[in-house]
Design a protein around this ligand. Structure first.
Ligand code: ARG
Length: 460
């Protein structure tokens, strides 16, 4: 018999039974479900609903059930609808009628919301740790190659020289914001729904604050109806996951380009590439391509789940059962990618000669304009003069640095002999010394700032 049924109920259509069941995926919540039930039994005992003996029997019974689930010997039954009903059925088989008291004052509605929150609370440190490892790998790349210059791009066109370290740290800062998002979302996630009953609250004198402390929650939900309806914590997690996915895919795309023969800026360690079955010369950046693609499914989970939430009436609705699969898949996807990326970043090798060769002189055109600006010329006027100069040089196939000074002065009289010193990528980079710039000191300051943020272990 079903947990919620009576013997006279007609049987369910087996196809509906399969559609309705969440056990195939929510069995993964069993550690959280059992932890929550043990804490609930203790809260019931503190409220005088369970005798100490009953509470003891329930707690020990639940431990045995967990051992069966751990060992894979738990006997699932065809009528087990979800992990919550399966655990309670098994507990009844093991300890008898006392098990029937466990669900007093509780509903699967506050139970399932509690379990899923606990699940994510348990996953948070691994996600934070993955981001941290990736940031550390990027910072180490930056530190190891502080002197190295490369082209910076806009519209994927060579724009201005930057330090390779500036590129590394640009990605590190994005992941640092993701880590901050996890940290900031945690207190909202760690809000206890248990004790909300089906929707109206529990009719027994449960000390919910004590229950929250016991389970590691930061606070209790302030409204029972909100607590059982709310899945913002899922949507918020899926957003953070999607954002991490998008950041990972941008990093991956940069590196796929940089590792191509056309750019040749980066050499990936062979441990992260595959060979071609047909073309022996190829090394394919599969790890990065997968990292890039996984962002798509993470985005899909966010949008799909928000669509499921939209328009739901207040209270629990079975639609909410759809919260679990996107959560599990997002967690697994991120864990899989974050397990690979730090190693890939730590082992890749920049190719200075290729970066240097790509630093063409035209990228220093802005320097000429800035040179004029420093001599009091309005920027727009300087820009016009340098554009004309550059076009002329390109037409004639001349390098800027080999143009006679007279030709430059013809385009603008403020050019002097010292203009040629401006045409040095190193000098261009070093001029960008304001906070956040690509000058060496500004880059070193970024490294110190990131390291300071990473210094405290954990994230709370
Ligand atoms: N399996 C359900 C879920 O995952 C548990 C809650 C069921 N609640 C109910 N009122 N039917 O959402």
């Amino acid at each position: 018999m079903r947990l919620w049924g009576i013997a006279e109920n007609p049987p369910l259509d087996p196809a509906f039974e399969r559609l309705n069941a969440s056990l195939p995926f929510d069995r993964r919540l069993y550690p959280q479900d059992i932890r929550g039930s043990i804490a609930w039994a203790r809260a019931l005992a503190r409220a005088g609903i369970l005798s100490p003996e009953e509470q003891q029997a329930i707690e020990e019974g639940l431990q045995r059930v967990r051992e069966e689930l751990d060992a894979g010997t738990f006997p699932f039954h065809p009528t087990d609808e979800d992990i919550h009903t399966a655990v309670e059925r098994r507990l009844t088989e093991r300890i008898g009628p006392a098990a029937g008291k466990l669900h007093t004052g509780r509903s699967r509605n506050d139970q399932v919301a509690t379990d899923l929150r606990l699940f994510l609370m348990d996953e948070w440190p691994a996600l934070e740790g993955g981001l941290r490892a990736l940031e550390e790998a990027l910072i180490r790349q930056a530190e190891a190659h502080l002197e190295l210059l490369m082209p910076g791009y806009t519209h994927l066109q060579r724009a201005q020289p930057i330090r390779y370290a500036q590129w590394c740290l640009a990605h590190a800062w994005a992941f640092e914001r993701d880590r901050e998002r996890l940290r900031e979302a945690f207190p909202r996630l760690a809000t206890l729904p248990l004790g909300s009953g089906a929707l109206a609250g529990t009719p027994f004198p449960i000390d919910r604050e004590a229950l929250a402390r016991e389970l590691g929650f930061h606070q209790v939900s302030p409204n029972s109806l909100d607590a059982v309806s709310d899945r913002d914590f899922v949507a918020e997690f899926l957003f953070i996951a999607a954002m991490i996915g998008v950041h990972l895919s941008r990093l991956a795309e940069d590196l796929i380009l940089f590792a191509s023969a056309e750019f040749g800026f980066i050499e990936l360690d062979p441990a992260y590439t595959t060979g071609s079955s047909l073309m022996p010369q190829k090394r394919n950046p599969d790890a990065l391509e997968l990292a890039r693609a996984k962002a798509g499914r993470l985005l899909g989970h966010l949008v799909g789940f928000l669509a499921a939430l939209k328009g739901l009436p207040s209270g629990y609705n079975k639609d909410l059962q759809e919260d679990k699969e996107p959560v599990f898949d997002a967690v697994d996807t991120l864990r899989a990618v974050l397990a690979v990326m730090p190693g890939l970043i730590a082992t890749m090798r920049p190719r200075p000669e290729r970066m240097r060769a790509a630093l063409e002189e035209a990228m220093l055109a802005t320097e000429l304009a800035d040179y004029l600006v420093r001599r009091g010329v309005p920027f727009r006027e300087a820009h016009r003069a340098v554009s004309a100069l550059l076009q002329e040089a390109l037409r004639e196939g001349q390098a800027l640095s080999t143009l006679p000074l007279e030709r430059m002065r013809w385009h603008h009289p403020a050019f002097e002999a010292d203009v040629f010193a401006a045409l040095d990528p190193e000098a261009a980079v070093e001029r960008r010394a304001a906070v956040g710039g690509t000058a060496r000191a500004a880059v070193e300051a970024q490294i110190r700032a990131l390291r300071a943020r990473l210094a405290p272990a954990g994230f709370r």
